[in-house]
Write a protein that binds this ligand. Structure first.
Ligand code: XLS
Ligand code: NI
Ligand code: NI
Length: 479
């Protein structure tokens, strides 16, 4: 009896020790720093001790904490690399990503996290964000309202929390050229948004979402943000049996029009962006892809007020390549920003991985160059560390890898454009339209009778090769 009791208490003690050691440390960041009890939100130390400012060292460098291809000040096709790329850090993946997935618990225990979602923690995280941005050598960041500051019990309290954190962010921005590339409202986590936000069947949710977007636009403006993003979140349906699709789309359009009006009222000059995504979490989202979104904007008279934020992982989820989505946006004057990430070809999911495929990056940059750049948009890394990457250093490595991949893509795309043989191949392919009748067709002046006459006169057309393999050789010899 006594022995059993002893064994039980030993087991209990063991469990306590086990759980105590599994809880993340409450002391923030630098273990050598004067971090007190971790409750201070003014604590300023080195969140990333031992990590230097990341510099360009060239392709032969063996230092993983250096850029091999991204040389911010170097000019390519008349523009500095940093101006082509306009990189920004996505706060949510970088600082709120926990490594959790539908089957697994969080894996990341960053030393500055105290395990709470308090305003104090939010402020400490914001300081970490700025140290990270500076060490990475970029000057943009982007955020969701609820990721930088916690939800309160009421909307008023949530707004006050946001104000407090945004005020600190503004202070941290002072004296630097760091600004938000874009801000957005998180309209998908909270249970109130389970039926969507602007497309919710509940008018009170529509109003709540409007209030949240209004505030998020104000703080983005206050911080000197260059763009504001709308992403569907839970906008869309699981089944059409209980969904009034027309009504939801109409609501979405009135919501976006109200956002345009508010933008003008507060004097925010940033671009409004819509980020297409086909599904996940809903079975179908209304902003399926660039073309669907363009049709929506046209139908509701919103063209001219919005551009698109193209995410490569969303492109592949919609059954397109990223280049297809970029080009669809570009040729319609809608290419505004790129959520630079990639999916996994074997996982049909928004896995939000950092881009590492140099060929893909080259395609992306060809489109960006043809667009004359993205400004006032840019690239944001809507990408997160893998669940198994748990060192603080990995956050740097992931960004360096993503940035170098795109920088390499830029160099390759510039090579292809300067070489000119791909453009020449395309020019030649369509040169029959440079004829008199071709010009008439392109000017919309050739009617069917005229064309019939020509067809009779010419007889069976001789159709030349499209030279796909040659195009592929030109492309791959540049990468
Ligand atoms: C999710 C979206 C999201 C947006 C910002 O799939 O990509 O992260 O970029 O709300
Ligand atoms: Ni995504
Ligand atoms: Ni995204």
């Amino acid at each position: 009896m006594n022995l059993t009791r002893l064994l039980l208490s030993l087991l209990f003690l063991g469990l306590i020790i086990f759980f105590a050691s599994a809880v993340p440390e409450t002391c923030p960041a630098d273990i050598n720093g004067d971090c007190g009890d971790g409750s201070s939100d003014t604590w300023q130390g080195d969140f990333f001790p031992g990590i230097p400012k990341i510099k360009y060292e060239g392709p032969n460098s063996k230092n993983p904490l250096s850029y091999k291809w991204y040389d911010a000040e170097e000019e390519i096709l008349g523009k500095k690399m940093k101006d082509w790329l306009r990189f920004s850090v996505a706060f949510w993946h970088t600082f709120r990503g926990t490594g959790a997935d539908p089957f697994g618990a969080p894996t990341k225990t960053w030393p500055w996290e105290d395990g709470t979602n308090s305003v104090t923690m939010a402020k400490r995280r914001m300081r970490a964000n700025f140290e990270f941005i500076k060490k990475l050598g970029v000057n943009r960041w982007c955020f969701h309202d609820r990721d930088i500051a916690p939800d309160g019990k009421t909307l008023k309290e949530s707004n006050a929390n946001l104000d407090e954190v945004v005020y600190l962010a503004k202070q941290l921005q002072e004296g630097t050229d760091i600004r938000p590339l874009w801000g957005t409202a998180q309209l998908f986590m909270h249970p109130r948004y389970m039926h969507g936000a602007a497309t919710s069947s509940e008018v009170a949710v529509y109003a709540y979402a409007a209030a949240q977007v209004k505030k998020a636009m104000e703080v983005t403006h206050y911080l000197g943000g260059e763009n504001y993003v709308f992403w569907g979140g839970r906008e869309g349906y699981q089944t059409l049996l209980n969904t009034d699709m027309k009504r939801e789309l109409d609501h979405l359009a009135t919501f976006l029009q109200a956002a345009v009006d508010w933008k003008k009222k507060i004097g925010f000059n940033g671009t409004l962006l819509i980020e297409p995504k086909p599904q996940e979490p809903t079975k179908h989202q209304y902003d399926w892809d660039a073309a669907t979104t363009y049709a929506f904007l046209q139908k509701y008279g919103l063209v001219g007020e919005f551009k698109l934020n193209i995410e490569c992982n969303h492109a592949t989820l919609s059954g397109h390549s990223c280049l297809h989505e970029l080009e669809t946006a570009r040729i319609n004057g809608l290419l505004g920003n790129i959520d630079a990430n990639t999916g996994d070809p074997q996982i049909g999911w928004d896995t939000d991985q950092f881009l590492t495929d140099i060929g893909e990056a080259t395609y992306i940059m060809l489109s960006v160059i043809r667009n004359g750049g993205l400004a006032p948009g840019g690239f944001n890394f809507d990408a997160k560390l893998r669940r198994e990457s748990t060192d603080v250093e990995d956050i740097f490595l992931a960004h360096i890898s993503g940035m170098d991949t795109l920088a390499r893509g830029l160099r390759n795309a510039a090579k292809i454009i300067e070489d000119g043989s791909l453009a020449e191949l395309v020019r030649k392919r369509y040169q029959s339209f440079d004829s008199e009748i071709g010009a008439q067709i392109e000017a919309g002046k050739a009617d069917f009778e005229t064309l019939e006459k020509k067809a009779m006169e010419w007889g069976e057309p001789s159709v030349p090769s499209a030279k796909q393999e040659l195009a592929e050789i030109i492309f791959s010899s540049a990468i």
